[in-house]
Design a binder for this molecule. Sequence first.
Ligand code: DGY
Length: 396
Amino acid sequence: MKEELIAKAKTVLEGNFQEGGFTIPSKGLYPFQWKWDSGFIALGFAHYDMDKAKMEIVTLLQAQWENGFIPHIVFHTDSDTYFPGPDFHESHLHQASQAAYPSTGMTQPPVFGFVLEHLLRIATDKTDMLQFIDTHIDKIYHNHQYFYENRDVNGDGLVYIYHNWESGTDNSPVWDDIWETMNPPEYTFERRDTTHVDASQRPTKREYDHYLHIIEIAKKYKYDDAHIAAHSPFLVLDPLFNAMLIKSNESLIELYTALGRGRNEIDQLKAWQERSIASLNTKLYNPSLKAYVHYDLRNDRQLPYICSSSFAPLYTPAPDKTRVKELIQTMLDKFGGAERYLCASFDPTHANFNPKKYWRGPVWINMNWIIHHGLKKQGQDFLAERVKEDSLELIA
Ligand code: DGY
């Protein structure tokens, strides 16, 4: 069965690979290059075609802005099957954007530090891979610098996201509390997603009004970070996003060390890391829920929901032994009944759990990859194996 699954996985990847040297996440629904998807796609290619793995990263980094920002979608090609496209996002409004690479003006979780670390682990030709890393690592560092210098509004090492699409967990019930604070206009537009996917699995029209409204505000300020921080109704500290940053910091430190260079970068990364870890554990941990949660900066409150993002910090050095134990207990109690696959994207015991609607229940395979590696990092091999087996069974 394993061989068959691998063959099918390759067919999907090859079918999604585009002439321009990048890979789309999903035919029809997502016809461009998406940032964090590309990280996981590179990991897939690395197991059998390292050139394509590298190419995936190179084509994404071509679109990196002068200020270190990496966009969430790069519109390398035209396609009228997706809304909102480049004409809506207008990334050219930001002075540091890349004129040759129309993109969105929002980003996604910073996965590339640890993606590079895994590429080195998987590569058979380590010298060649170290050379590749040497060429690209400073761009990833610059991306982290962008986050700490522009999105850490309280100077406590936690960086904000200003749109649900930046989280990666687009449609999570966690955002419902933010939508309640907003009253956007009714926009007129033609949805394209529901042409490809059953509407019952996708967000509502009103939810899209919220999504578009935040982008309109960001555009009004030409995607300037300081203005977005001051005016966006959506300003959130996300445990997944910050965990990915912390994990990637750790990987960058390791990779610079392996390269034998980057002393200043390593010192800076360690300083960021210390602050980020301390604040993740204070501001984003909820001791009664025994889980990491989101923090709504605009309304100064924790958003008390448990979702798969709550477990992402397992993949970082942040949780101590007690926290690890608590997180695992929460995972088993709420997400892990014998009749369930690990790990639902939202708390299955919560009234807002929906096993069909995306990010409101269904298992998301990239999250399972993160949780699997997180559990392994924390020495929880037994549960890590269950997440892996569940994932394989679901895919099959
Ligand atoms: C969407 O669902 O269209 C978002 O762009 C996902 O990132």
